[in-house]
Design a protein around this ligand. Structure first.
Ligand code: ATP
Ligand code: MG
Length: 314
């Protein structure tokens, strides 16, 4: 089976307990939960049985151990996660607003996560990789950008493939060089997985079809538009395939896009037809939102298949 590698931020997430809770005053918090978009992605891919490993860095602290232990339990290759003493593991504090939008306070660049590098263990992991997945949120510093671009270069040089989820977080969009790096990654991607308005950050078109056509003409193999509870739509040079979402009670939306993407890419790498890859991906995205915490809704393939057998699409 093809091996998938991710590179980027490994964080713990700490969540405000109440909807609408402000971080401008003390309040009850939940967590720590293992997190970081690439970590969620790699954890879900591994849980589905895809060989998958992560390049990243944590501190020599309980938050770092929480993350490494979780990824290991899910079956991921953690050999390229560096453990640094003297730097704390990165954090993301999140509070949900009444309108369902989210506000984050991140500590990524100045945490252990910011020390990401292509060290000997990362080089070894990449030597065995067939596919690299990049999250836009992982392009948070010059150093992180260098790691992502060199992973892409290494994997593409041996005929491998690339997927890209912009995963835009307003709170880290201002990082220097991020905008250019997002475009550079997209230019080398085979699979593009935007959600909501992210599609329009990369196209001059103002309508969905126009943007999809423009981006496909630039060399992508396929575009998968994530549409929250409504499911997803796949586009390639032959046409489009839509797949409805599964009906679930949404407890916590964070991580859905990452779990969805991991499932889609894993099944794409296995040669599944778009409709099948979308069905598994929608199921993983739906299951992800049924638990508080971004990685708590990651399930193994058997549980995902059982959910599909009994789940209702919308
Ligand atoms: P994230 O918050 O992780 O960045 P995203 O914005 O990248 O998420 P979404 O479109 O919100 O992506 O969700 C990804 C997928 O997860 C959807 O395409 C769908 O399959 C599933 N999903 C998300 N929310 C729900 C929901 N409320 N009910 C059912 N499925 C959902
Ligand atoms: Mg996302």
């Amino acid at each position: 089976m093809k091996k998938l590698v991710g590179a980027g931020e490994i964080l713990v997430e700490i969540m405000a307990e109440r909807i609408g809770q402000s971080f401008l005053e003390p309040g009850p918090l939940l967590g720590p939960y293992p997190s970081g978009a690439p970590a969620i992605f790699i954890g879900q891919a591994a849980a589905l049985g895809q060989p998958a490993g992560l390049i990243g860095a944590v501190g020599d602290d309980d938050f770092g151990r929480l993350n490494i232990d979780r990824l290991r339990v899910l079956g991921a290759d953690v050999s390229a996660i560096a453990v640094h003493t003297g730097h704390a593991t990165g954090t993301a504090f999140v509070t949900y607003r009444a309108d369902a939008s989210r506000h984050f306070v991140f500590n990524i660049r100045n945490s252990a996560a910011g020390l990401i590098e292509t060290n000997a263990a990362a080089t070894k992991l990449l030597a065995g990789a067939d596919h690299v997945h990049v999250m836009g949120s992982s392009l948070f510093s010059d150093r992180a950008i260098t790691v992502a671009l060199s992973a892409i270069e290494t994997v593409k040089a041996k005929g491998g493939t690339v997927s890209f989820d912009p995963n835009i977080r307003r709170e880290i969009m201002q990082a220097s060089g991020m905008r250019e790096a997002l475009d550079q990654v997209l230019a080398q991607a085979d699979i593009f997985l935007p959600s909501g308005e992210e599609l329009f950050l990369f196209s001059s078109a103002t309508d969905e079809k126009g943007a999809v056509d423009e981006l496909l003409a630039r060399g992508l193999s396929c575009i998968v538009l994530k549409k929250g509870a409504a499911g997803a739509v796949y586009h390639d040079h032959h046409g489009a395939v839509a797949s409805p979402g599964f009906a679930v009670d949404e407890i916590d939306p964070t991580g859905a896009g990452d779990c969805f993407g991991a499932a889609f890419v894993s099944f794409w790498l296995r040669g599944a037809a778009p409709a099948e890859a979308l069905r598994i991906a929608n199921a993983c995205g739906a299951l992800a939102v049924t638990r508080k915490g971004p990685m708590e809704g990651i399930f193994p393939l058997e549980a995902v298949e059982a959910f599909i057998a009994t789940g209702n699409t919308q």
